[in-house]
Design a protein around this ligand. Sequence first.
Ligand SMILES: Cc1ncc(COP(=O)(O)O)c(C=O)c1O
Length: 376
Amino acid sequence: MDFIPYGRQTIDSSDIESVIEVLKSNYLTTGKRVNEFEEAIASYCGAKYCVAVSSGTVALHIASLAILDREDKIITTPNSFLATANSIIYAGAKPIFVDIAKDGNIDLEWVEERLRIDPSIKGLYGVSFSGNMLNQDRLKEIRERYNITILEDNAHSIGATYRGIKAGSCINSDVSIFSFHPVKGMTTGEGGAVTTNSKEIYEKLLTLRNHGMVKSTDMKPWEYEMRELGFNYRLTDIQSALGLSQLKRLDDFIAKRRDIAKSYDEAFRGTIVKPLYRYNPESAYHLYVVKVDFDKLSISKEELFIKMREKNIGLQLHYIPINIQPYYRKLGYGDEVNSNMYRYYKEAFSLPIYPLLSSSQQDFVIESLFKVLDVK
Ligand SMILES: Cc1ncc(COP(=O)(O)O)c(C=O)c1O
């Protein structure tokens, strides 16, 4: 059997044709496909504005620069990819790591407790982990009660909803980001986007994406003005064409991911392999995470990963707590009492989930997992 990774892209001939069409055109970048892609993403998630950029990390970077001030204290989760917390530091602000709840998302009760104790906290960088959206009702309450800024990292969650509220709609946040890395819900190779409903934030994002440069109709034809320090974080037309083509099939991709999640749930019912949360029909299931209490087994997590790899199955761990990374320890982090996160870190791992995972491959993953764990 070919190697089964934890995630991968789904590319078909319509994607390939869309890319070829751009390659044959006059504009490989700064052409009309980028705007079309931005409009399509904004309309898909119900936000007013979208700025497409060259990665999810870059999306986090400019979102942070557009909203945060130096020294701002921002609550975030230890259970994310490094880039979420890093982006707070890019803006010269200070992350505060708050523990997670049972579903792997930041515990919004603890968030509220921290806000109550420390009114100087400016905002929350929330992550809708694995495609399972943050509780939007609590987010709304907390935002109104404490008047904080909310940034949402929806890198895992394009296409997810919470009681009908779409990821990226920014109904309860100032800004939200997506990643279009190949393992994500849809891909542009590398790529990302920021959505917002604020015109002011939108204009800042556009400027930051393009060297801090501004051009206007009252300027001479050659003129431009650099008003702040920006970057070249543009997405190309080639990538945007791929994104437009993928977006058309995103709902099908997610339906397939949900079917796979359901089959895993079914296979693990009543066993020692515990799905991270009960089946959620609104999750985009970017990841399928399970927990196993290795203290009760003769096999360690490391041995499990090695033995599954020998069977050509790629497990992954999402994530090592960000606050205990060497860089963060040097900054004085790492001693937070995030007991749920540390326990999760010991027990959790991600199983393969992507639209092209066939049912026989999924059966093989399940069977191999039980065999290696030596349980059923
Ligand atoms: C939660 C989260 N945020 C941000 C990123 C960064 O996205 P990218 O890889 O597109 O830079 C990732 C990527 O893995 C992620 O999982």
